[in-house]
Write a protein that binds this ligand. Structure first.
Ligand code: CA
Length: 222
């Protein structure tokens, strides 16, 4: 999953990153609201973790803007233990859940999992196509009955393709998942697509290229 963290406390930001990245997520961290706003204008995320006390303003302002323009990306607000008013205002403004600081990483992971599950309206955590299943919460993929061991970037790619299974996964979205924020070489993504194709050989699954558009993961008949 692609997560946006808006948090100006470097220790908290780092602990969020080190808890969520090993689960197969791509985590973008911004310490200022303005940077997060810029990222949100041209990029899509699966979940936003939003601190309320930011150096350039209130995180609630960012949340309100997001909801005003109809963006329904799930938002988990991070508040101080005694910030009851903030929590209520946050939920009223359209936050999906909150986490009071200091929080345990186990609680963080559980809440992130629940929000992602709810937002994708899946009854369990798995994404599936044909013989392939992927659990975004644990980063575990299986092909048939066998575990499919993938390096992190291939996992991010697989997840992006699975989220769009049956339709074309846009190239920019996949690049964002695989490489994170920033520019990448024009054929960098292709390298990971061809690695993933090799691993899927013989499974009945294939990744079709749509020039200039993106890729589609298909369950092809044998
Ligand atoms: Ca803060």
């Amino acid at each position: 999953m692609r997560l946006l963290v808006v948090e100006d406390d470097p220790l908290i930001a780092r602990s969020l990153d080190s808890a969520l990245t090993p689960l197969g997520n791509t985590v973008e961290i911004f310490s200022r609201g303005a940077e997060a706003r810029a990222a949100l204008r041209h990029d899509a995320f699966d979940l936003i973790l939003l601190d309320l006390g930011l150096p350039d303003g209130d995180g609630l302002g960012l949340l309100a803007e997001l909801r005003e323009r109809g963006d329904t990306t799930p938002v988990l607000i991070l508040t101080a233990r005694d910030g009851v008013d903030d929590r209520v205002r946050g939920l009223d403004l359209g936050a999906d859940d909150y986490l009071a600081k200091p929080f345990s990483l186990a609680e963080l992971e559980a809440r992130v999992r629940a929000l992602l599950r709810r937002s994708q309206q899946r009854s369990d955590n798995r994404l599936r196509l044909g013989p392939l299943a992927f659990d975004p919460a644990t980063g575990a993929a299986t092909l048939g009955e066998a575990p499919l061991e993938l390096p992190r970037r291939e996992l991010c790619l697989l997840e992006g393709l699975l989220l769009h299974a049956g339709s074309i996964a846009p190239r920019e979205m996949l690049e964002g998942r695989v490489f994170g924020f920033g520019a990448v070489g024009s054929n960098a993504l292709e390298v990971y697509v061809s690695r993933l194709r090799k691993r899927l050989q013989g499974s009945g699954l294939r990744i079709r290229t749509f020039r200039g558009l993106g890729y589609r993961l298909e369950d092809a008949p044998p």
